[in-house]
Design a protein around this ligand. Structure first.
Ligand code: ACO
Length: 233
């Protein structure tokens, strides 16, 4: 049974020449329901403050419905946390998708219309429709990576890659035929591509506009699009 993935490579705090501590292990494990609030607290600092959909819409902090959606993923057993001596250094929030997601997500976007979360859901609904993963791969369930965040001071050191590699293993263990992800950031797209995921479609932020033609989500450079990727498991 998948429990932990250990990586013994040294981890350095950005700008410091000493290791994170004397024990260089990073352990990745499944986040239980009991870990929910601790991991959500980590994501408030190390995910939401940089994630392009969040910082590309006002107000800059996520709506409660957005955070509650992340919370709702934990019972499925595919949320992961990266720990270095009990300190959280990364998190992956994943959960199952069922074939009616295409309709459901447009309905949710309508329900939250006029809010930040509604605006974000509208973009994700377009990504879902255009990727068309259920029909494209002829599967009846999908594991979807909803959020990936790494400690701001430890980025670019493959912690994100290790989390996704562990999620691939965990999704296989849970018997999912497909793992998908909407990469809202250029950096997440790079790491997902490097791991061999297949690009399904690209939706430029510039194309997501209101009736007056105004761009609805304006993330900072270098983030220009959402790319949906998939991997058969
Ligand atoms: N500046 C420049 N390049 C960066 C930076 C940065 N700040 N951060 C990561 N990268 C590059 C890495 O060098 C690497 O590129 P490469 O493949 O060309 O070498 C790639 O982006 C990421 O590789 P990793 O080291 O495996 O990933 P990392 O541990 O840094 O985690 C992550 C990547 C999770 C995207 C991190 O940057 C982060 O937490 N971002 C904020 C939240 C976010 O945007 N999450 C992704 C949204 S999509 C989703 O959640 C499903």
């Amino acid at each position: 049974m998948f429990q932990t993935i250990r990586d013994r490579s040294a981890v350095f705090i950005a700008g410091m020449s000493e290791t994170l501590d004397n024990n260089d292990d990073i352990v990745i494990r499944v986040a239980t329901v009991d870990d929910t609030e601790q991991l959500i607290e980590f994501l408030h600092v190390h995910y939401y403050r940089d994630e392009p959909l969040t910082v590309g819409t006002e107000p800059l902090t996520p709506d409660a419905a957005d955070v509650d959606f992340l919370r709702s993923n934990f019972p499925a057993g595919a949320c992961l946390m990266a720990l270095c001596n009990d300190r959280i250094v990364g998190g992956a929030i994943a959960g199952p998708k069922l074939p009616d997601i295409g309709t459901e997500i447009f309905e949710e976007a309508r329900k939250y219309a006029g809010t930040k979360w509604g605006c974000i859901l509208g973009m994700l609904a377009i990504c879902e429709r255009d990727a068309n993963a259920f029909q494209r791969f002829n599967v009846d369930k999908i594991m979807h990576l909803n959020a990936l965040g790494v400690d701001t001071s430890l980025r670019g050191r493959r912690i994100g890659e290790r989390l996704v590699t562990a999620l691939i293993a965990r999704s296989r263990e849970l018997d999912y035929p497909l793992l998908t992800v909407d990469c809202t950031s250029l950096y997440s797209a790079r790491l997902i591509k490097r791991l061999g995921f297949e690009l399904l479609n690209t939706v430029p932020y510039a194309d997501y506009v209101n009736a007056a033609g105004q761009q609805l989500i304006r993330p900072p450079a270098p983030h220009e699009c959402v790319q949906t990727y998939a991997m058969r498991l």
